[in-house]
Design a protein around this ligand. Structure first.
Ligand SMILES: [Zn+2]
Ligand SMILES: [Zn+2]
Length: 131
């Protein structure tokens, strides 16, 4: 469930409403560079995730075949694969597209003040809930 908070920017004192969290159908992606946000449907996220998990499993099968690989190494490899070009982060960015400002959307990017682009925000009262 998502919530709209009465939000205050700690940098320029602007008050605005900020939607936090996703809905049942979509997850909000924030731009890394500005205050734009875009919604990506959860179905598409799930597909990208499944596709990526398959790709990792395939890679790992290859590795385990020729040598023993301990689980911590495998975990590290997973993280590297997720961040690598063509990895999960990049898939997410393809799903979300590019922001009009030229920045990239990220699921874990911080929301920003629409005026000064600061991420130093105070969330206040919830003014609305949505799902
Ligand atoms: Zn942007
Ligand atoms: Zn501000």
């Amino acid at each position: 469930m998502g919530m709209v908070h009465e939000t205050t920017c700690n940098h320029c004192d602007l008050q605005f409403e900020l939607a936090v969290g996703g809905s049942m159908l979509a997850e909000m992606f924030h731009c890394h560079q500005c205050d734009e946000a875009t919604a990506v449907e959860r179905d598409r996220l799930r597909d990208a995730h499944a596709e990526h998990a398959n790709a990792i499993d395939a890679t790992q099968c290859d590795k385990t075949r020729d040598s023993s690989i301990d689980s911590s190494m495998a975990q590290q490899q997973r993280a590297e694969l997720a961040a690598a070009p063509g990895g999960f982060d990049e898939r997410l960015q393809q799903l979300a597209g590019l922001c009009p400002c030229g920045g990239q959307f990220g699921l874990y990017a911080q929301p920003r003040c629409p005026a000064c682009k600061s991420t130093n925000l105070s969330l206040g009262d919830v003014t609305m809930c949505f799902d």
